[in-house]
Structures are given as C-alpha cells and as structure tokens.
Design a binder for this molecule. Structure first.
Ligand SMILES: *Cc1c(COP(=O)(O)O)cnc(C)c1O
Length: 498
C-alpha cells in the first residue's frame, strides 16, 4: 500500500515515510492510494481477538511496509492494561433502546486522543528505524486541550524525540491546563499562546513548512513531525475502534452480523469522524455518519450547503476541544469524494487560506449529504442534555459527548431513523468537572477544582481516574505564554538554534 498527498496525486511513498513526515512538503495530507476492504468473514474472525490483536489485523491492511512483528510490538505496547484502565481498552455502554456509548476515554489522559497517541510514538520510532534515518524527531503540537496532554504522555522520555505543545491560553479547561503544565519528562515543553486553537494550528503548520527552519534543523540532524490528526499515524488507529466496536456489538448479539449501525461523532478537526468513514468504506456495515458540532458550526453549515466559510465569529464553549473553525481532515474526505482531484484540492484550500471560504461542486454536496448528517448544539442545550441523560438513565457524560447525544436526538426526531446507533464518547466527565457539575447540580460548583471532582464522584458513582486524582499535588513546571507571532522564535530558541 502506497501513500499519496491530497495536493499531489503523483506521490508514491511507504506508510513509514508518511508517518515520519506527518505532512507532505506541498502542504497536503497523506492518504492511502486505496481503501482496503475487510470482509464479513474477516470481521467475524476478529471476535475472538483482544483489542491489540484486532488493531494489528487492521493495521496490516494499511501499513503493509511494517512487518507482522513490528505491528505486534507497537500494538501490544500501546494497548495494554499498563496504559488503560480497562482490559477492553474501549468500553461500550448500552445507554437506552438501541443507543450505545463507545467510551474512548479509559486511557492515561482520559480523552479519546489516547487511542491514537499511545501508539503513534511506536509507529514513529519504528518508521524512523525502518528507514535507517539517523535524526532526532521534534514533535510540534497545536492542541485544543486533549491532544496536547495525550501527545505528551505518549512521547515523554521516548529516546530520539522531543515534543513541544502549544495551547490557547484561555481556550482549555482548568483540568486540561493542569494536566499539561505539570507534565513530567526530560524531552517536553508546554507553552500557552495568546490566541485560539486555530492560531496555534496555523502557527505550527507555518513552522512545519518554513524552508528556512527546515534547513536550519536539517543541519543539526533534526526533523519535525506531527502528532496532530493530520498525521496518518494518528488517523489509522482511530479506524480500529470503529471496526472493533462493530465486532463486539455483533458478537455480543446487540446487532446481527451484517446489520447496519449509525455512528455519531462530536467533531472538531474532522479526524474522528473521518476514521468512521474509512471503516465504512472498508466494508464495516455503517449507515449514516452523524457529525455533531457545538456553536462553532462551520461543519454543520458545510454539510448542509456545500459552502465552507470560516469568516465568522469564534466562540469559546463548554466543549473546548471542538472550538475549531478549520477542520483539517476534511481535506482528506474531499480528496476522496472529488475522485482524487489534487488540482481541485489545491484550488479550494488555496481559497480557504486566502479568503477563508470555498464552495464545493453539486456532486460533492450530494455525496456529502448522502453520507453525513450535520447538526449542532449550543452550551445551554449541552447542559440540559447532560442533566437529562443523568436523570433518565443515571449516566454521566462530558460536554463533548452531550453535544453528540443532543444532535443524535435531533437527527432521530427529524428523520425517524431507528437504526441502532453508536455514539463516540470522547472524554471523561472529570476533565470538565465544572461544566458537568453545573449541569447536574449548580449548587455544588466551587472555585476548588478538586472539591468539584469529589462532588462529581459522589453524584455519578464513577471512580475518579487515578491519573487525574494525582495531579492535585503535582508541581507546575511550565508558566510560559507567548504571542502567536512568536511561535517560530520560541521553537528555534527551545532547540538552541537562535
Ligand atoms: C479532539 C476532541 C474532539 C474532536 O475530535 P476531532 O477528531 O478533532 O474531530 C471531540 N471531543 C473531545 C473530548 C476531543 O478531545
């Protein structure tokens, strides 16, 4: 299996090259040249395997330049009870008639980003070794809150790597900030940026493709790579949990083999839902893909009108990991839907960069609305949904997951579609204690984060994840905050190059 770039279809590289580079030189994203199929028989065979084995089976179709031993090494190290609080790695909770929660937050940082970022360092270091490349990898990360911490945990003290994380100063929850600024490890740097997530993401993308910077690094034996979901090594692990959940649901008799399910994903950068699309295109019986946004509803509008327009007000919401106006992974979907038309992608994304807007063709509009349903939910409705789910089903969910639940409820009442449905639950409620608690019982909110964590534990009956409990007494290591225009200087300085 070779990989091309969404902005250069003539490229032909191995997955190890795609993973070690992160992003293509001309600014495009790497995609496999075709989507491999998985048959019903193959799906049934996965039923007897654990999560790591299922992952290796899926990866063997995409990362064909990796040996079986290499895939086993990567998957067994990433998906074990050393790192996850549950043996199943991802849990499925039956919420109500035909609706299931795919809990993707039992990893070390309590958000779904761990599902990919626990394995990415293994993919990356294995790739570099396979390619006989003798350089140090510097990972630059822009985070809306969860990626940063998950990447820090994945890469801390991994030999041959260094990691720098940029987060929007006012754009993350208190627990998210605490998780990052207390990060341990000799090879880590965390820095706040005076701006929003899109500023952090554009800053990182600019540094990545700055030829002066690249040359300076090269002389020092350093290369950049990315842990954002623009890296194929981040995306392909996400395909696994959709394949695996289907297998679990069918083998437990929740659905019949071959029966279609719908999937709902609370969406920001379009990575998680794109992985569900890949699972569907591989042949997993998946019906509608329901794309849930908060009030930064650029994707809802795009799915409904075919116009992508980021020229709008940016809102800081109670679901900060979805406060995004530039959903990078949409580029991969549009590349596929346009028949791999790289010239068209260059044109649209050129317009996005210069005017902040592009409009796709009628064919693509039609394909989008066949595959996807887009909806959004504001903070008030998010809060009400958390309360309703708790009161009705005794289930406590975080703000991002609540956005998905609400949009799914809207979809169901609008369409009458009763297909069984899997909702991606993307974070532990403890990462957003203040918002969740104020939905459950306003009177118990407080200025003390851990008083709220305790109150939430009491009300939800859910154990507090050990990784969050231990932060209470951890020392803050990073206090820096910079202007968005200073990111390049900061990076060069941290690397000792200016
Ligand atoms: C990152 C994140 C999202 C958005 O996922 P994308 O892959 O960027 O669409 C949703 N919820 C939580 C909790 C997240 O951390």
């Amino acid at each position: 299996m070779y990989y091309k770039s969404t902005r250069d279809s003539s490229l032909r590289i191995d997955s190890a090259v795609a993973i070690s580079k992160g992003i293509s030189e001309e600014g495009g994203l790497f995609v496999p040249e075709s989507i491999p199929a998985i048959t019903m028989d193959e799906l049934k065979k996965l039923a007897d395997m654990n999560y790591a084995q299922r992952a290796a089976a899926v990866f063997s179709k995409y990362l064909t330049d990796f040996t079986e031993a290499e895939l086993v090494y990567c998957t067994e190290n990433a998906y074990s009870v050393k790192n996850f609080e549950t043996e199943n790695i991802a849990e499925i909770a039956h919420l109500f008639d035909g609706t299931y929660m795919l809990e993707l937050w039992h990893g070390p940082t309590c958000a779904f980003k761990d599902m990919a970022l626990q394995i990415l360092p293994y993919f990356l270091t294995t790739s570099v070794k396979k390619l006989n490349l003798d350089y140090k990898i510097v990972i630059l990360v822009a985070t809306s809150g969860d990626t940063g911490k998950a990447a820090l945990e994945g890469f801390k003290d991994v030999p041959g790597t260094q990691i720098m994380v940029f987060y929007p100063e006012e754009g993350v929850s208190d627990m998210q900030k605490r998780q990052m600024v207390t990060q341990e490890g000799e090879n880590v740097t965390v820095c706040a940026v005076k701006g929003n997530f899109d500023d952090c993401q554009s800053g990182v993308k600019t540094i990545f493709t700055d030829n002066d910077v690249i040359d300076t690094l090269e002389k020092d034996g350093i290369r950049f790579s990315s842990a954002n979901s623009i890296n194929w090594g981040r995306l392909v692990p996400q395909v696994v949990y959709y394949v695996s959940s289907y297998v679990t649901m069918a083998s437990q008799g929740e659905i019949k083999w071959g029966e279609k399910i719908n999937i709902v994903v609370p969406t920001g950068n379009f990575g998680n839902i794109l992985a569900a699309y890949y699972a569907k295109m591989m042949g997993v019986p998946i019906g509608k893909l329901i794309c849930a946004s908060n009030v930064n509803k650029v994707l809802t509008d795009f799915i409904r009108t075919g116009v992508y327009d980021r020229n709008r007000e940016f809102y800081a919401t109670t679901s900060p990991s979805m406060d995004i106006l530039i959903s990078s992974n949409l580029e991969r979907l549009l590349y596929l839907l346009s028949g791999e038309n790289d010239a068209q992608i260059r044109e649209w994304f050129g317009e996005l960069a210069s005017e902040g807007r592009y409009e796709v063709s009628d064919d693509i509009k039609a394909a989008m609305s066949e595959l996807f349903y887009g909806g959004y939910c504001d903070d008030a409705a998010t809060k009400e949904t958390i309360r309703n789910i708790y009161k009705t089903y005794g289930y406590t969910c975080d703000t991002h997951t609540a956005v998905a639940v609400k949009v799914y409820q809207d979809y169901k009442s609008e369409t009458g579609d009763t297909t069984k449905t899997l909702i991606a639950s993307t974070a532990s409620p403890y990462k957003f204690s203040s918002s969740v608690l104020s939905a459950l019982d306003e009177s118990r909110t407080s200025d003390d984060e851990y008083a709220m964590v305790d109150a939430l534990a009491e009300m939800s009956g859910m154990p507090v994840p050990a990784s969050l409990a231990e932060l209470k007494t951890k020392e803050r290591r990073f206090n820096g905050s910079i202007d968005k225009t200073d990111m390049k200087t900061f990076v060069l300085h941290e690397l000792g190059l200016n």
